[in-house]
Design a protein. Sequence first.
Length: 94
Amino acid sequence: MAADKLLEMPLIPGWTEINIGEHGYSIDLMGYTKAFKQADFADCYKRAKRIHYDDIPITVIHLKDLVKEKLLLARPKDLDDVENLKKNNPGMKF
């Protein structure tokens, strides 16, 4: 997919996933979260990381906020993700 198409995609959590690069990386694009309501959004956004992909700016949720979101969703997929995120980031306190 061309990077400019990312700007036109609807952002549906759990459904809007794209593969990037040649190494099989995939990202799930979300326009809202369950854990962070509009009142909390400014703080969540301040903690987020900013990256660029093919000159398109992308804001990525902070790892601690991602874990909080996944724990609230509590789907088997999300709980498995949390387990793996904690295992792969042993120095981070959640």
